[in-house]
Write a protein that binds this ligand. Structure first.
Ligand SMILES: *Cc1c(COP(=O)(O)O)cnc(C)c1O
Length: 392
């Protein structure tokens, strides 16, 4: 199918599937490590790259391919390579793009393990990272060097839901001969398509909303064909962090309902935020769907919804925050997100537990901060569960 002729939901449901001679209606899982050849000459042609076709599931598998093509279509990207996890996607992109002496500029508000990769592991190979405030364009500008290869960010940020101006940062990257990489985990292409706003490369943790039901760990890189199909694919083929066909199938089926789920997550999150906004125990509230959010207009202009995360500071610091968390009976106390089940986290002692007090202060990770990734249970039940601790 020609992707330009179809709407987003059609692509999510129909693209990437090549029916086999069995005429299956739902996509098949090709649970096979290798593929056979008609004869020795075909094997030679496949290995030489002269003939397209399957060889070995570390780098080609029809189920994984279907997931890759579908996600590429939904992001509006030329090519996609699936990976074993979101971190494998980011690491593979780094291996594909960087060499000793190169430099990255990254938002300070990125996933904790991404920070560890940039801060602890890349310097071993002579690659340095400068960390900047997500919304401070001047700080990004100041941090760029002649050896900067890419700028890296997540928007909305976790857990404070700050919004980056993707177009402005893409322009800045291009003026400086580097690429803009966006981790589109929080919004997914259902709510935000960074490539249309000028970004060059998307990374995903399929573990989150793409699966959406907490069943698998997976990831993906989406972007221009030469970079993704040659460089990133080459790294994955050589180093091996491939997505398994079963995980690809789960994520592929997740994509079919992504738009419905993301819109429902967004609606529920905004409803929860409106409830928390009038609660006397809530000191600060972070969700871009509220008109009071400093980048509400920017979020409206570059997103189709505000996402499923709501964070808030409860009066009384760590003790009060833990009490709200421990008083819930239904919400899952877990650091994961992007699930139909609502999750609740205390960032200061979990996801950001090993971050220095100084960095926590700069990043706004207060002791009273609670992050809720709003799921799809009835919103009244979610509010009632949170109210137990808030009203106590
Ligand atoms: C979870 C997450 C990752 C890492 O993904 P894994 O699948 O756990 O490796 C990267 N970025 C963001 C924003 C995430 O939430």
């Amino acid at each position: 199918m020609n992707n330009n002729d179809f709407g987003f939901d059609t692509l999510a449901i129909r693209s990437g599937h090549r029916r086999t001679s069995e005429l299956e209606h739902s996509e098949a899982i090709f649970a096979t490590s290798s593929f056979v050849f008609e004869n020795a000459a075909q094997a030679a042609a496949r290995f030489a790259g002269d003939e397209p076709g399957n060889i070995y599931s570390r780098f080609t598998n029809p189920t994984t391919r279907a997931f890759e093509e579908r996600l590429a279509a939904m992001e509006g990207g030329e090519a996609c390579v699936a990976t074993a996890s979101g971190m494998a996607a980011i690491t593979s992109l780094c291996l594909a793009m960087l060499k000793t002496g190169d430099h990255i500029v990254s938002s300070r508000s990125v996933f904790g393990t991404t920070t560890s990769l940039f801060e602890k592991y890349l310097p071993r190979f002579g690659i340095e990272t400068s960390f900047v405030g997500l919304t401070d364009l001047d700080e990004w500008k100041q941090a760029i060097q002649s050896n900067t290869r890419f700028m890296f960010l997540e928007t909305p940020s976790n857990p404070l839901c700050e919004i980056a101006d993707i177009s402005a940062l893409a322009d800045l990257a291009h003026e400086n001969n580097c690429l803009l990489v966006v981790d589109n985990c929080f919004c997914t292409p259902a709510l935000q398509r960074p490539l249309e706003l000028g970004a060059d490369v998307i990374v995903h943790s399929a573990t989150k909303y793409l699966d959406g039901q907490g069943r698998i760990v997976g990831g993906a890189v989406v972007g221009p064909r030469p970079l993704v199909d040659e460089e990133v694919f080459g790294v994955i083929r050589t180093t091996g962090p491939s997505m398994s066909p079963f995980n690809a199938w789960v994520a592929l089926k997740g994509l079919e309902t992504l738009n419905l789920r993301m819109n429902a997550h967004s609606q529920q999150a905004t409803e929860l935020a409106r409830f928390l906004q009038q609660h006397p125990r809530v000191e600060k509230l972070f969700h871009a769907g509220l008109e009071s959010h400093p980048q509400h207009e920017l979020a409206r202009s570059q997103q189709h919804g505000f996402g499923g995360v709501v964070s808030f500071v409860v009066k009384g610091g760590r003790e009060a925050a833990w009490k709200v968390i421990d008083s819930t009976r239904m919400l899952s106390i877990t650091a994961n997100l992007g699930d139909v089940k609502t999750t609740i986290t205390h960032p200061a002692t979990t996801t950001h537990g090993r971050v220095s007090d100084e960095l926590k202060r700069i990043s706004g990770i207060e002791d009273g901060l609670i992050r809720v990734a709003v799921g799809l249970e009835n919103i009244d039940d979610i509010i009632a569960d949170l109210s137990r601790g808030l009203d106590a």
